[in-house]
Design a protein around this ligand. Structure first.
Ligand code: GLN
Length: 473
């Protein structure tokens, strides 16, 4: 084995195919990194390194993922493994089947080293809402990795996996990717199957790849994107080779800058990274266009009505009878109430209560219905803006990673999602890619959004910018 371990999935694949490295050797190196580093980072809720080693031994070196370790967020099911969703209510729940994406990754030769930590039921932006423990940011252990896929992004950033999958309902793949200095991609709604993902907000949820380079995210998308009859919202499209679609320049591309977001308070180094990236885009052949989305700033309040409404319905299934924790009561109502009170954490309870309130008879029109109309307005505006621009460039987050425990007000925490939520409301693809560091050395992430089904184009544009800014191609 060469002394330099491959940094990216692409380099790994190359080394394995050239017989310079075996999947088992790489997994043994990964195991050492995990054993040394994870007691501090705490990316994983459960490890399965022995099973992963046997899988690596059996992996076909010529398969697309060639035995590469890919970590799985613990709200995505893998048969025979626990799937806790970061919640006490599912603490001992074992998945009876695998999510379609997990099956696809395994069939393509991936091995799963473990299931990663998350905010309970993916509700949060820091991974501090996990019922078990918070995850720490590998770039600075006193800081959060972002959330809710904080375990998956920290695992990729720390070298515990070559890639990971997460779920993105309002930014949970992109925001932690920005905080940890890795790539996070939210595909077009309907491109990747949600079958086997524990539902949070079903009209918003997407599974996406987390990787060390944009090319690696494209490689993972080649395996993950497919029509799935088991997910009614999965769309049948002709297959795309996302890696082959990567172009060397932005020639002819119009990069849109959203006027209404210019006034927002962002950390100065993030504003500077936007400026550097705008220049890099022009140097790579793009033109800049100014676009207006008059209702985009309503995306945050709209999301925090629609997502809780959907979660209050989806989480109704955790009743202490069918799944997970069960607390005995005198009758059915008391059993439900005792189980749910003991099983759910504060943020999940808050969302269920908000959701039940906005859907209740007297408030449905004023909240849920109104939010749904504004969602449509934002979607129409985004679609119109994406006629005059091919991609939209924004920061991924207003700040870099904050310290553990620093954000205690839920509304403050919700604001971390201001840039990422519009893509979920509209179902369009969006990517966060690393774009430098702030004065404290913390990673900065920027976001590109594009029209529905322009996933290959978004990956291509992000790859040009990411490599122009010094990232690995
Ligand atoms: N941070 C957002 C929330 O708390 C988004 C979460 C997500 O995408 N799963 O809802």
């Amino acid at each position: 084995m060469s002394s330099e371990l491959p940094r990216t999935l692409e380099q790994y694949r190359h080394a394995v195919r050239a017989h310079e490295l075996s999947a088992e050797e790489y997994l043994d190196e990964t195991r050492q990194l995990i054993e040394r580093g994870d007691p501090q980072v705490k990316a994983f809720l459960h490890l399965r390194l022995d099973a992963a080693r046997s899988d690596a031994q059996a992996a076909d070196p010529s398969s697309p993922l060639a035995g590469a370790p890919i970590a799985v967020k613990d709200n995505i099911m893998m048969a025979g493994e626990r799937c806790t969703c970061g919640s006490r209510i599912l603490e001992h729940y074992v998945a009876p089947y695998s999510a379609t994406v997990v099956q696809s990754l395994l069939a393509a030769g991936a091995v799963v080293p473990g299931k990663t930590n998350l905010d309970e039921f993916a509700m949060g932006s820091s991974t501090e809402n996990s019922a078990f423990f918070p995850t720490h940011n590998p770039a600075d252990l006193s800081r959060v990795p972002g959330g809710s896929s904080g375990g998956s992004t920290a695992a990729v950033a720390a070298g515990f996996a070559l890639g990971a999958i997460g779920s993105d309902t309002g930014g949970s793949v992109r925001q932690p990717a920005a905080f940890c200095g890795v790539v996070g991609f939210k595909p077009t709604y309907g491109l990747v199957s949600r079958y086997g993902l524990v539902a949070f907000g079903s009209s918003l949820d997407c599974i996406g790849p987390i990787a060390r380079s944009v090319r690696d995210a494209a490689l993972m998308m080649n395996v993950m994107a497919a029509h799935d009859p088991k997910d009614a919202t999965s769309v049948r499209r002709s297959p795309v080779d996302f890696e082959a679609a990567l172009q060397p320049t932005l020639a002819g591309k119009r990069v849109g800058i959203i006027r209404e977001l210019q006034g927002l308070d962002v950390q100065p180094e993030i504003a500077a990274a936007m400026e550097t990236t705008r220049k890099a885009a022009v140097k790579s052949g793009a033109s800049l266009v100014d676009v207006s989305l008059p209702h985009i700033l309503s995306a945050l309040p709209v999301y925090y009505i629609i997502a809780p409404a959907e979660c209050s319905a989806n989480l109704g299934r955790f009743d202490g009878v069918r799944y997970g924790l069960h607390e005995d009561g005198r009758d059915m109502t008391e059993t439900y109430s005792k189980t749910r009170n003991a099983g759910f954490g504060t943020e999940v309870k808050r969302r269920i209560l908000i959701g039940a309130f906005v859907l209740s008879a007297g408030y449905y029109d004023a909240y849920y219905k109104k939010a749904s109309s504004v969602r449509q307005l934002i979607t129409d505006e985004l679609d119109a803006a994406l006629q005059s621009a091919d991609v939209l460039l924004t920061p991924t987050t207003p700040t870099t990673a904050f310290r553990l425990g620093a954000v205690t007000d839920p509304l403050e925490m919700y604001k971390a999602d201001v840039f990422t939520i519009p893509a979920n409301l509209a179902g369009v693809p969006a990517i966060s890619f690393p774009a430098g560091k702030d004065a404290a050395g913390l990673p900065i992430g920027l976001q590109l959004m594009g029209p529905r089904w322009s996933d290959a184009d978004i990956l291509s544009c992000a790859n040009v910018l990411f490599t122009a800014l010094g990232g690995e191609s």
